[in-house]
Design a protein. Structure first.
Length: 177
């Protein structure tokens, strides 16, 4: 009787482990993509505020503070560069990090937000576009994704350990007369 229960329980337990492994991997990839979207949305929200700030600073003719605002925003979202560009490409403000700080391997997220057009913009910019340009940031999300992977792996191993520890209990329960 015991060997029959063992022959039945081992494939069932292995099938459960495989099923949970596949479901866990699928869940991990979905959560990873969702986390990446959250990072992009956070960066877009910051850039929208910065775009409004740039427009206000330009209206107040405080152009020297625009780069300071852009540096602060780059630091806030952890971007490797932040660039403001006019639609015709004639005007570009770029706030890069030093080249030695660029990682050898990176997972980039590009975020772009339109700069609002104001009547005062036409004093310097000749285009009559409703959008005077855009802000673009490039951010390496690899360190964030490594943290997500670490915590997800830790949770998966905890679940696996709990399943292994509970397997003898279920086996004992199956073999009782």
């Amino acid at each position: 009787m015991r060997s029959v229960a063992l022959k039945i329980s081992i494939p069932i337990v292995l099938s459960i482990f495989i099923l949970f492994g596949v479901l866990g991997y699928h869940s991990y990839t979905e959560r990873r993509a969702a986390f990446r979207r959250l990072v992009e949305q956070d960066a877009q929200a910051v850039l929208r505020v910065v775009a409004q700030g740039i427009a206000l600073l330009m209206e107040a003719e405080s152009r020297d503070h625009v780069l300071e605002l852009m540096r602060s925003a780059r630091t806030e979202i952890g971007a490797f560069y932040l660039e403001a560009r006019s639609p015709d490409g004639r005007y570009t403000l770029r706030v890069p990090d030093p080249p030695e700080s660029l990682p050898a391997r990176a997972e980039w997220v590009h975020v772009r937000v339109s700069l609002p057009a104001r009547d005062t913009c036409r004093q310097c910019h000749t285009t009559a576009s409703p959008k005077q340009g855009y802000l673009e940031a490039r951010q390496d999300v690899r360190p964030l994704m490594a943290t997500v992977r670490f915590w997800y792996t830790r949770a998966s191993l905890t679940h696996l350990l709990a399943s292994i520890l509970l397997s003898p209990v279920s086996y004992t329960h199956l073999t009782l007369p």
